[in-house]
Design a protein around this ligand. Structure first.
Ligand SMILES: [Zn+2]
Length: 252
């Protein structure tokens, strides 16, 4: 499996999952049709699946046209979010498993950013597509579900194997890490990482994906149960810490 990122809109990423044997590929979060279509045509690839992490337009805007010009791909989303999208033709449930683009996919429903947000986990290739739920260096805003649900979603993502690569929906890493250093100024790993990611950005390289192991050391939203972070924020529980972090980040 080869995974290729396509930059769309201002700072969005769509991800193309391409089996080694040249059979039909999958695309995650095509916010625009044309760049994806051109890539598929250029590479001579058929599109078998569209995976939507959630219903926001900057993740699904390209689906109607793309579904039209590429035959009949299966368009997958949760029921809660997919019911708001006319082209979804398969609703997925938490824990459901299936083969997509030649690899095993395990569906994780991760409510928080929206009620029906999905993380598409491919355990055999150690990759998870997290949309706007878990970002590299941060997490998404709480638009629909409760902080409790979002925190639980993040904890389930955190429990994946450490070598899992996080493919999220936006290029937000450096801003997220600046916030991380605001709340944990003594986190040397976060400081070192910010330096590395800023270098990447200066060379116009993406900072996504990132390994979960590094996220656990540097992403404050995965560190809400860290005693020294709780001390610093004066919070009494991991959930209260998470809520405080999210409020601070909203205003950052
Ligand atoms: Zn979103």
């Amino acid at each position: 499996m080869r995974i290729t990122g396509i930059s769309l809109l201002d700072d969005n990423y769509a991800w193309i999952l391409r089996p080694e044997d040249g059979s039909a590929c999958a695309v995650v979060d095509p916010s625009e049709c044309e760049p994806i279509r051109n890539y598929l045509l250029g590479e001579g690839l058929a599109l078998g699946w569209i995976l939507a992490t959630h219903h926001h337009q900057d993740h699904v805007g390209g689906i109607p046209d793309l579904a039209d010009v590429t035959g009949r791909p299966r368009v997958l989303c949760s029921r809660a979010d997919g019911e708001r999208l006319p082209d979804v033709n398969k609703f997925v449930a938490n824990g459901e498993e299936m083969m997509v683009a030649g690899s095993k996919l395990t569906v994780m429903l991760v409510p928080g950013h929206t009620n029906g947000s999905v993380a598409w986990h491919f355990p055999d290739i150690k990759a998870v597509f997290t949309g706007d739920t878990l970002f590299t260096g941060g997490c998404g805003r709480l638009f629909e579900a409760s902080a409790e649900k979002m925190y639980d979603s993040l904890l389930r993502l955190r429990a994946l194997p450490e070598e899992t690569r996080i493919y999220c929906g936006h290029e937000y890493t450096t801003k997220n890490l600046k916030f991380a250093l605001e709340v944990e100024p003594n986190n040397t790993k976060a400081r070192e990482r910010l330096g590395n990611e800023e270098l990447r950005r200066a060379q116009e390289e993406p900072t996504v994906p990132a390994r979960l192991g590094l996220e656990k050391l540097t992403n404050p939203f995965l560190r809400a149960d860290d005693p020294s972070l709780m001390d610093r924020l004066g919070t009494k529980s991991p959930l209260e810490t998470f809520k405080t972090l999210r409020k601070m980040r909203d205003a950052f």
